[in-house]
Design a protein around this ligand. Structure first.
Ligand SMILES: Cc1ncc(COP(=O)(O)O)c(C=O)c1O
Length: 486
């Protein structure tokens, strides 16, 4: 029974605080967040701490007695902030830039307020249904097949496991779910992906019992795209040697260079060979919102599973990966296991726990819903275009500068490049570029990350943060020039 309104002199909010204390603390936290954003450019983007420094600055044992909110907030500012690498800094151009946008941050807060576990439809009908609606919006926004089944998971690594588990389940010669993979006579499964694919594909294979030997990496062409004819040959060779090919993982937007596998050609091979086609579009999948990038996605509508990460380039705070498949029944067959304590009477509702290995489910759709609504699809498109325009202009500058060399095509918002010195050999050039990158990053104004392209040490400028603008990219250019000049 609900107590009559006003009967409790100190209504409770979470954490055993009364509602007024919660409200006041919440306002202070938002004020802190606003201050953080206002001053973010004054902070070094890459944390300037030594390993162990933050840990040593904190008490090793928890407080026995309650501490005041003011102390909690003060410690966040004084002890934690100095040890944070600021991914929300406009100078953050490392890895894949991400953004905690205002509506996304508030969406995280709203989801924490409800604090639900949407494992079953009935444990939060709104979470299940909002997720279905927003994923339908994403399919529409990216011009992907509207009838795909989708769900939000934490990370791309989880999406890879779901995809390959479903692919394994679809393999007709195997009862991996019931028998495992160690039964005598179990086929040796083989998965194909390019040498440029993300490590999460191989990790998923390790987790699913295929082992690293179960992953065959296919060579790429001069634009770092999987070569379809090399794939076809590998499948043929493997069949002759007794392997059971079962899946191909293509990538749109590889991690090092953002290269794009020819999904249409790979789809034709998968159709012919009856293999599951999974597409990892973790980063670049977000660009499909803008029609001028859709040519990169040709063939994706034929995928058996597909995912991308709105937490990478759709301004949704980490974590938020969206996984789609055209075969929800296969996915459910791989994972559905309903103990007595989770049985429900709704037969016409989706229980997301049936479609993955995780039971619990955060209410992640709110942040995605709010970001799409607050920016509008057109607003999102414009921001993706802006990032690509900045990157393309930087690539053109690199191309025009004889002391720099571009290492890969810039398909989206990432540019791979390095400096060249006429009298240095390959090893010395690598070392000098490594030092150049360190020097740029020591400025504290920007942060770039490295990769290797055809074995050569390469600098990588990745634009994905909403706050990154021309002047930040200009600053990279100035630091680069100064660094080359020594
Ligand atoms: C192409 C690609 N796939 C998968 C991942 C893994 O994503 P997550 O960190 O969400 O697991 C990444 C991360 O950068 C990626 O670039």
């Amino acid at each position: 029974m609900h107590p009559p309104a006003g009967s409790d002199p100190r209504p409770r909010a979470p954490g055993d605080w009364d509602v007024d204390a919660f409200r006041a603390a919440g306002h202070e936290l938002i004020d802190w967040a606003a201050r953080y954003f206002e001053g973010i450019e004054g902070r070094p983007v890459l944390a300037r701490v030594r390993p162990g420094e933050i840990r040593r600055s904190l008490p090793a044992t928890p407080p026995e007695q309650p501490e005041a909110w003011k102390e909690l907030l003060a410690d966040l500012e004084q002890r934690i902030e100095p040890g944070v690498t600021h991914w929300n800094h406009p100078g953050f151009m490392a890895y894949f830039g991400i953004t905690g946008s205002a509506p996304g941050i508030l969406g995280e807060l709203a989801s924490a307020v409800f604090n639900t576990n949407g494992m079953l439809w009935r444990t939060n009908p709104a979470s299940t249904e909002l997720e279905q609606v927003v994923l339908g919006w994403l399919l529409e926004m990216c011009d992907l097949p509207r009838d795909w089944f989708g769900q939000i998971v934490d990370l791309g690594s989880t999406s890879a496991v779901l995809a390959l588990a479903a692919a394994r389940e679809a393999c007709p010669l195997l009862e991996a779910r019931e028998d495992g993979l160690s039964l005598h006579g179990t086929p040796r499964l083989r998965l194909y992906t390019s040498v440029e694919a993300h490590s999460s594909v191989e990790k998923a294979a390790i987790l699913l019992g295929l082992g690293r030997a179960g992953v065959r990496k296919i060579e790429v062409d001069d634009r770092f795209r999987m070569r379809p004819e090399a794939l076809a040959t590998a499948i043929e060779e493997d069949r002759e040697e007794g392997w059971t090919p079962f899946a191909v993982c293509a990538t749109i937007g590889t991690t090092s260079t953002t290269s794009v596998d020819p999904v249409d050609a790979l789809a034709a091979i998968c159709r012919r060979e009856k293999l599951w086609l999974h597409v990892d579009a973790a980063y670049a999948g977000n660009a499909a919102v803008a029609p001028e990038f859709r040519h990169h996605f040709r063939g994706c509508s034929e995928a058996d599973s597909y995912y991308f990460n709105p937490h990478k380039w759709l301004f949704v705070p980490i974590d938020c990966s969206v996984f789609f498949t055209r075969h929800p029944d296969t996915l459910r067959r791989a994972f559905q296991l309903i103990p007595d304590y989770l049985k429900t009477s709704e037969t016409d509702a989706i229980n997301f726990m049936d479609y993955g290995f995780q039971l619990g489910r955060r209410f992640r759709s709110i942040k995605l819903w709010w970001v799409i609504r607050a920016f509008g699809v057109d607003g999102i498109r414009e921001r993706i275009r802006h990032a690509c325009t900045l990157a393309q202009a930087f690539a053109a500058r690199v191309d025009a500068e004889p002391r720099l060399e571009r290492m890969a095509p810039a398909e989206f918002s990432v540019v791979c490049f390095r400096a060249v010195w006429p009298d240095l050999g390959p090893d010395e050039t690598d070392a000098a570029n490594e030092e150049l990158l360190e020097r740029i990053n020591r400025s504290g104004e920007v942060f770039l990350s490295p990769t290797r392209v055809r074995g050569a040490f390469t600098l990588r400028l990745a634009i994905g943060n909403l706050r990154t603008d021309q002047r930040h990219v200009d600053r990279v250019w100035e630091l680069l020039q100064a660094g080359i000049d020594g």
